[in-house]
Design a protein around this ligand. Structure first.
Ligand SMILES: Nc1ncnc2c1ncn2[C@@H]1O[C@H](COP(=O)(O)OP(=O)(O)OP(=O)(O)O)[C@@H](O)[C@H]1O
Ligand SMILES: [Mg+2]
Length: 224
């Protein structure tokens, strides 16, 4: 369960998040939509503990995110999968190594890592590029590699920041279907997006944010 309680964040004198409050139950799939610069990425960075907030609290299950010490942050991050808007792939590692890395850090046995990594590369349609480095990939391929990396450790919570930004319409819809499938296995999913097609395809809860404020929060909604 995620509780965002009266969160306010400013950069300089610019208010980025203003009194943002919402709760997400375990197992929900929620799209967060809103214009560019409305605060979606800032909200996600706050939820993963990569940005501090000025006031308010964020809880994810037993973790009070704003108060986590470094060692606890690492434990917390192992439970979540993050697809960053700018991918954040490691440039000196191949696609395979980028994806396997998360499992290596968590100490899984080598054979399991090989098998699971291949499986997820296949699921996200990037297995042919497994030995390429990020700079040898198209934008869409980099995005798929980032998606594979976020999914490989079967996280309890998946946070996807504009995950279809570089995908063509067919692949974006395929990803929406993959998110629904992953969600059906119990994974909680938060997606920030401008992509109306995927929001309409998923037809789940949609939170709209504008100028750092929540302006609507609807169940089984579309995005016009
Ligand atoms: N580190 C930072 N320092 C200063 N300002 C920042 C920083 N990060 C974000 N901002 C500002 O905060 C505002 C919200 O940015 P954010 O990235 O959260 O928007 P967004 O809703 O994710 O937009 P997009 O849809 O374009 O990804 C923007 O005006 C941005 O310039
Ligand atoms: Mg953003």
């Amino acid at each position: 369960m995620i509780v965002v309680d009266q969160v306010t964040k400013t950069y300089g004198n610019k208010k980025i998040l203003q009194n943002v409050s919402f709760t997400v139950e375990g197992g929900e799939l929620v799209s967060i939509v809103g214009p560019s610069a409305s605060g979606k990425t800032t909200l996600f960075y706050s939820i993963i503990g990569a940005e501090t907030v000025d006031s308010g609290n964020i809880f994810v299950d037993q973790y009070e995110v704003s108060k986590l010490k470094t060692s606890k942050i690492q434990e917390y991050r192992r439970k979540i999968g993050i697809i960053f808007q700018d991918y954040k792939l490691l440039p000196k590692k191949t696609v395979f190594e980028n994806v396997a890395f998360a499992l290596e850090m968590a100490g899984y046995p080598k054979r399991f890592i090989g098998k699971r990594t291949k499986e997820v590369l296949k699921l996200t349609g990037i297995e042919e590029q497994r030995n390429n480095f990020p700079h040898q990939l198209s934008g869409g391929e980099q995005q798929r590699a980032a998606i594979a990396r976020a999914l490989v450790h079967a996280p309890e919570l998946l946070i996807a920041d504009e995950p279809t930004g570089n995908l063509d319409p067919d692949n974006a819809i395929a990803l929406a279907k993959l998110f629904l499938k992953i969600n059906r296995t119990g994974t909680t999913i938060l997606i920030a997006t401008h992509n109306k097609d995927i929001v309409n395809e998923m037809e789940r809860r949609v939170i709209s944010i504008q100028n750092g404020r929540i302006i609507s929060d609807k169940q089984n909604a579309g995005y016009k």
